[in-house]
Design a protein around this ligand. Structure first.
Ligand SMILES: [Zn+2]
Length: 415
């Protein structure tokens, strides 16, 4: 079983919302768009929350069983590398091989020469069918691309072969991710990266480049929409051409990380995917944790108090919590409400401030991003957090489902 044309990553920090997430996917299927659900969770999230890859497997399997989901689904070892992949092999059938840490490291000189020689036919101009103007390449750029990315893709090849030799299920999905870096990859770079992937004989199903603009966690895209459109279009057409030129899997598609809440680019993506009849994988994770907090606030009483405590502790420890996410959040501390003020809020005010409704007068993206990184606080609260999330599961589950279906899938797929 392979990914369908459309697939959706539903990360879940605390592994309690699998059913609510699957209900959202099932609603989309009923509305006419077949989507493969993928439960993704990274090593970083597992270690902060003290869960194991097997917990995600159990969550996915039990959601599928209780809702009688009869189609394919996957568990994604998100952002793994050679140092931590072994812990995921038994439980996962989707591997996001993260080689960002190897970008810029140099490969062997003879490998670089061989790669550049192998690109001779594209050296002067790269004519991508469908793109109005040929892309300028040249020796210098080819060498730069090889110097920047060849070692990273060689590493991806080693990790892929390691997984393939260890995994009993040979049918796993392979994603190559390079999104957690400072600089976006251009469509020209992506094309030659795909050649490297083909040279390494990695049967990649999805590729996650870094796109231009800011993909901050849990909030909307920040950047030039026209530029994003051009880049996304060139990436789609470049992948198409690379598949034909290099013999990569025909269903190879883009994967958009930190894809939740990027409402302003969804119409652009939707239009271009329709125009070129292409698929997409979109990863979301933290947006579900945020709905857990919203659900607690909506539940009121002790649950609202817990939501306020999570904010208070996140506020006082914001430097520590934000540090690992520095590249993917933009919080203006002046616009964060003081915890004493938040303590005076009722359910509605807390939920309206946190919930991502663009244009809502109470919505505060600074508040939202701080809570986004505050899941560590909930993890530390341990049983007292888990107990209330379980106790108020129906109201929380409704928030999770509504967020994924009403605000994400409907917008992305025009349902
Ligand atoms: Zn990512």
């Amino acid at each position: 079983m392979k990914l369908r044309r459309f697939s959706f990553g539903v990360g879940d920090r605390f592994a309690m919302q699998g059913e609510a997430q699957l209900r959202a996917i099932m609603k989309a299927n009923e509305a006419g768009i077949q989507i493969t659900p993928v439960w993704n969770k990274s090593n970083r999230e597992h270690s902060i929350v003290h869960t194991k890859p097997q917990d995600t497997r159990i969550e996915a399997d039990s959601a599928v069983k209780s809702l009688q989901w009869g189609s394919e689904y996957f568990v994604d070892a998100d952002h793994i590398n050679m140092t931590n992949v072994d812990g995921f092999v038994q439980s996962c059938d989707f591997f996001t091989i993260d080689v960002a840490g190897f970008i810029g490291k140099s490969a062997k000189v003879e490998d670089i020469y061989r790669f550049v020689e192998g690109c001779a036919r594209y050296k002067d101009r790269l004519i991508i069918p469908g793109l109005a103007t040929p892309l300028v390449v040249g020796d210098k750029l080819l060498y730069e691309i090889a110097e920047n990315f060849l070692a990273a893709i060689q590493e991806a090849g080693s990790i892929y072969r390691h997984i393939a030799s260890d995994s009993s299920d040979k049918n796993f999905v392979v994603e190559i991710s390079m999104d957690e870096v400072e600089r976006a990859q251009s469509p020209v770079e992506l094309f030659f990266i795909l050649k490297m992937i083909a040279d390494q004989q990695i049967p990649a199903d999805t590729i996650a480049p870094k796109f231009t603009g800011r993909f901050n966690k849990g909030v909307d895209y920040v950047g030039d929409l026209k530029q994003f459109r051009n880049e996304f279009e060139a990436d789609l057409l470049g992948i198409d051409y690379a598949v034909k030129e290099f013999g990569l899997p025909t269903d190879l598609k883009l994967s958009v990380h930190s894809g939740s809440d990027k409402f302003s680019i969804y119409p652009v993506m939707k239009e271009l995917l329709q125009k070129y009849d292409k698929g997409i994988h979109v990863k979301t994770a933290g947006t579900t944790w945020l709905e857990e907090v919203i659900g607690l606030a909506v539940a009121g009483g002790e649950a609202l108090d817990l939501a306020k405590l999570i904010y208070r502790n996140s506020y006082s420890r914001r430097k520590e919590l934000c540090a690992p996410y520095a590249d993917v959040i933009d919080i203006n501390p002046v616009l964060l409400p003081l915890p004493d003020v938040v303590d005076s809020w009722n359910s509605k005010q807390f939920a309206d401030t946190l919930r991502h409704i663009p244009g809502h007068p109470d919505y505060n993206p600074n508040f939202r991003q701080l809570i986004h990184v505050g899941y560590k606080i909930a993890a530390e609260l341990g049983d007292s957090y888990y107990a209330l999330v379980k106790k108020y599961a129906p109201v929380i589950g409704r928030c999770v489902e509504e967020n994924l279906y009403e605000r994400h899938l409907k917008r992305l797929f025009d349902l």
